[in-house]
Design a binder for this molecule. Structure first.
Ligand SMILES: Cc1ncc(COP(=O)(O)O)c(C=O)c1O
Length: 386
């Protein structure tokens, strides 16, 4: 096709309702050798047993299509893991997807109609609101405020429910806040959803990465819950694109239809890798989480020492979400930090309540964290002197 522009009317209206995420833009503008505190993935490699399993699978000819819903053995293994949350969980509840992102897309395609309203966290992960818009639904943000430790205001959440509300999207541990919902909050959200007959879509991709309080799954608390999950973070295999959905038996076949139309079936070798990962003792993810905890403590200590910065210590995931009172917007701060060779993500990429915040990932080595936070401190001191 000639010419670089896309004429009006050439692409569907929905394409214009979404943008490339702010995180990607920042990442792509980075100078070489930048200290990257923008990463949304563990800076670890998958466990060696998992790497061996995928390599053998490829060598042994497992390079072809498989069942749309995923390999039976992997679905069974996932179901087994969920039986302590709901003893009735079985293979029919589980769909293997080509990542958590694809799982979220299949859910949006299966649930949202034009005119529907979808409650999404503000600040929240960058796919929830665009996915609602792509299917003609309206994302309605509910607040996760710093002063509430990034827990939802349940009275506000319920006030936002209208006749059009179909779904509540929840994400604990949270990207970008690091907040983790305690059991009482999870139970109250379930009560609200049940009272108003709403579906809960619970994005639990960071479930293994918690520091101060136990992770509480939504699965098993109501029959209106769909869990989105992924092997990306747990086994540091973000590039393999493999995740899963756990859903009520009546919904799973409908989700599978959408999943089939997106990608026919999940990647076969990556499923073998995930299965090997689930057969391990869990020590690799515990080791990774111990390192993240040490870095979390380091990051919080350093941030607390910078004037004009406040931070709620993240209780899970690997992000800190400090607030800045520097008379600069978060985009201005992120742009200047980029110029000084440090990548951080402006908080407004995650919603309006992220406006004075930056997201800082501690999926980076301790020396890089020290370096990046040193640059931030220097910049902060200059700003406050000026
Ligand atoms: C909250 C949340 N959900 C889902 C995903 C998607 O992960 P993946 O597509 O790698 O499974 C991410 C990735 O950053 C995330 O942070």
């Amino acid at each position: 096709m000639k010419g670089a522009t896309v004429g009006r009317g050439m692409v569907a209206h929905r394409v214009r309702t979404v943008e490339i995420s702010g995180i990607r833009k920042m990442f792509e503008a980075a100078p070489p050798n930048a200290v990257n505190l923008g990463l949304g993935e563990p800076d670890f490699e998958p466990p060696p047993e998992v790497i061996d399993a995928i390599c053998s699978a490829i060598r042994d000819g497992m390079n072809h299509y498989g069942p749309s819903a995923g390999m039976a053995a992997l679905r069974d293994k996932v179901a087994e893991r969920y039986r302590d949350r709901d003893p009735k969980t079985g293979r029919e509840n589980v769909l293997i997807t080509g990542s958590g992102s694809e799982a979220l897309m299949a859910v949006a395609m299966a649930l949202y109609d034009p005119g529907d309203e979808v409650l999404v966290p503000n600040p929240g992960f960058v796919l929830y609101a665009p996915h609602a818009r792509l299917f003609g639904a309206t994302p309605v943000p509910y607040s996760l405020r710093e002063r509430a430790g990034y827990l939802p205001d349940l009275a506000e959440l319920e006030r936002l429910v209208t006749r059009r509300t179909k779904t509540i999207v929840v994400n604990s541990p949270s990207n970008p806040t690091g907040g983790v919902f305690p059991a009482r909050v999870v139970d109250r959200i379930v009560e609200i959803a049940d009272r108003h007959e709403l579906t809960i879509v619970s994005d639990e991709v960071y479930e293994e990465i918690v520091y101060d309080r136990p992770f509480e799954s939504f699965w098993g608390r109501s029959d209106r819950v769909i869990v989105v999950n992924s092997f990306s973070k747990t086994f540091a295999m973000t590039g393999w694109r493999i995740g899963f959905l756990v859903a009520p038996p009546a919904l799973a076949p409908e989700l599978n239809k959408m999943h089939y139309h997106i990608m026919a079936c999940p990647p076969t070798p990556a499923q073998i890798g995930a299965l090997a990962g689930l057969s391990l003792s869990g020590e690799s993810v515990r080791r990774m989480t111990r390192e993240f905890r040490a870095r979390r403590d380091l990051v919080v200590r350093r941030l607390e020492g910078i004037p004009g910065v406040r931070v709620v210590p993240p209780a899970g995931a690997f992000y800190a979400f400090p607030r800045f009172s520097w008379r600069r917007t978060s985009s201005e701060i992120a742009t200047e930090m980029l110029r000084r060779g440090v990548i951080m993500t402006p908080g407004d990429a995650f919603g309006s309540l992220g406006a004075q915040h930056l997201r800082l990932s501690f999926a980076a080595s301790r020396p890089n964290l020290e370096k990046g936070l040193g640059v931030l401190r220097e910049y902060g001191e200059e700003v406050l002197r000026s």
